[in-house]
Design a protein around this ligand. Sequence first.
Ligand code: HPA
Length: 270
Amino acid sequence: MDLYEKAASASNFLQKIIHSEISYGIVAGTGLSGLADDIENPIEIPYDDIPHFPKPTVEGHVGKMVYGKIGNHYVLVLRGRFHYYEGYSMQEVTFPIRVLKALAVKRLIITNATGLLNPDFDAGHLVFVEDHINLFPENPLRGLNDERLGLRFPALSDVYNQKMLRDAHAIALGLKIKSHRGTYVGLQGPSLETPAEYKYLRSIGGDVVGMSTVPEVIVAAQCELPVLCISVCTNNPYKDGAKTTIEEVLEVANIAGEKIRKIIGKLLLQ
Ligand code: HPA
């Protein structure tokens, strides 16, 4: 079975459970799975049940989709994403995006945890991503192109949807949530950056840095899914004695996750 057929098969399985049009696919990043808690009458679908879905690398770490309504829209929240650093292939990392497209989801909201690079930002702030710099060693579209999956040479000039970004940013400002626009630098991890690397990533134009999102956004561009991406700045590498720990990342992401919930809650009333 090729990739297109695998995504179609996963989508056919999900269509037996999901009976409405889905307006938004939402990828819940590290520490941000609380986003699914706002869904009315949620239906949970473990990744394990979905044909061809990648298997979790961490035992007992449940990935699942949560389907239902937020505000005026049906959504499908992906709790748990597949990171390249876990050893997944780029095709596996981006498989959920292919499945969302096969389900005819209209728009994608991606969230993630990041280290800040722009010294005007602070831990806990949100960043609406308007551009990215891809430093992953591999592109998810490498290889023979299957035209059923989308374009061979997708443009990335407007993959971050300006209207969704403006609307979401306006909501954040209205709620007095500290937020910015910025450029996300994506690299493979899982080791964090050295002080010299943070400086370098800033000097090439990055505002935040993380280990996900870019492959998903490239695939979204290929299949022409508009994207809104919201990053949480979880750690400030310029702080005296800064040493990033996963505990710090999770703690800050959890708190900021509440802010993202409020923004998405209002956005989905539109
Ligand atoms: N670097 C890369 N990825 C990250 C960071 C960071 O500092 N914080 C959270 N994800």
